[in-house]
Ligand binder design. Structure first.
Ligand code: NAP
Length: 318
């Protein structure tokens, strides 16, 4: 039987070229995500959905007759009701690994920018206010030889740790499961409980997935448990941090600074964060390099095609 796929939002064009001619593609070529009604309507009669994190794939969407596969173009899949998919026999796939290094690079970009006040410095340099070299201008915090705390020591968390080796940092990590001794040795990383990590780290970088357990993992209590000089980095998912509490923590200086790629109610940002100079913010672009976008798109298409072909997908969500 001929197969049809809905692509909810533009992919890298390279990925579209691997779709065989006998698969019909319905592509939303617009910048905006499909409305819920459009998504439900256009999915009718399709066996595959290739979607983005802005698409909410709940039980109603998964109930589309004949739907076989939901292929998310992201490693995180908190936009998909995976339990409902399992009940309905719909395969869910994601795009791990191909974005690990790019996302780790960006977590580091936020860390460095927040520590060394790069965005403030850029604004100042452009402002015309710079009249002469100044001894006490824009002092920041050292990164090298400090303590980095990584919460969530999976693919991206470990890639962030690997970069810390070059900065001569002490690395602490917390995860649900302790890593194998050879991993700890290679990355010179020490397993600690979350409270110890928050208490001792100069930099705390979050790399857990978003789940019921990790929602507001960093709340007021956690923020108050950090050093007053600490920098928090979140390139994972917004709701892992209580954004209102973070805005207070930054304005009242419970912690020194933050670097954020993700927010609780994207694209809205808590108004308390907007006027603060000690937070560096980005519009959810940690995996947004040219090469990685192509790799994510290609993997998502391959996953979808494999399931439609009756084969096992490359990277199923289990
Ligand atoms: P991963 O390999 O699955 O790593 C996540 C780690 O977090 C796992 O080791 C997991 O342990 C651990 N974890 C789960 N719950 C925890 C908890 N309560 N406390 C401590 N650790 C916990 O995933 P990844 O590929 O590194 O990606 C991590 C997340 O980054 C994704 O889920 C996604 O949301 C986010 N991300 C964001 C961007 C962006 O553009 N900003 C880009 C890529 C990824 P278990 O395996 O034992 O559960």
């Amino acid at each position: 039987m001929a197969k049809s796929v809905l692509i909810s939002r533009g992919l890298s064009p390279e990925a579209l070229t691997i779709i065989p001619r006998d698969v019909t593609v319905d592509l939303n070529g617009h910048e905006q995500p499909l409305s819920r009604q459009e998504l439900l309507a256009r999915l009718r009669g399709k066996q595959g959905l290739i979607c983005q994190i802005t698409d909410t794939v709940d039980d109603e969407v998964l109930a589309t007759p004949g739907l076989q596969v939901v292929s998310n173009v992201a490693v995180g899949y908190n936009n998909i009701d995976v339990d409902a998919a399992r009940r309905r026999g719909v395969v869910v796939t994601n795009t791990p690994d191909v974005l690990t290094e790019t996302t780790a690079d960006f977590a580091w970009a936020l860390l460095m920018a927040a520590a060394r006040r790069v965005v403030e410095a850029d604004r100042y340099a452009r402002s015309g206010e710079w009249k002469a070299w100044q001894w006490d201008l824009l002092w920041g915090a050292d990164v090298h030889a400090k303590t980095l705390g990584i919460v969530g020591f999976g693919r991206i968390g470990r890639a962030v740790a690997r970069r810390a080796l070059g900065f001569g940092m002490r690395v602490l990590y917390h995860d649900t499961v302790r890593s194998a001794p050879e991993v700890e040795r290679e990355l010179k990383a020490t397993y600690v409980d979350k409270d110890t990590l928050l208490r001792e780290a100069d930099f705390v970088s979050l790399h857990v997935l978003l789940s019921a357990e990790t929602r507001h993992l960093i709340d007021e209590r956690a923020l108050r448990g950090m050093k007053r000089t600490a920098v928090l980095v979140n390139a994972a998912r917004g709701p892992i941090v209580d954004e209102a509490a973070l805005a207070r923590a930054l304005s009242e200086r419970w912690i020194a600074a933050a670097g954020l790629d993700v927010f609780e109610e994207e694209p809205k940002i808590h108004p308390g964060l907007l006027p603060l100079t000690n937070v560096v913010m980005a519009p959810h672009i940690a995996s947004a390099s040219l090469d990685t976008r192509v790799a994510m798109s290609t993997l998502a298409v391959k996953n979808c095609l494999a399931v439609l072909d009756g084969k096992a997908p490359l990277t199923p969500v289990t």
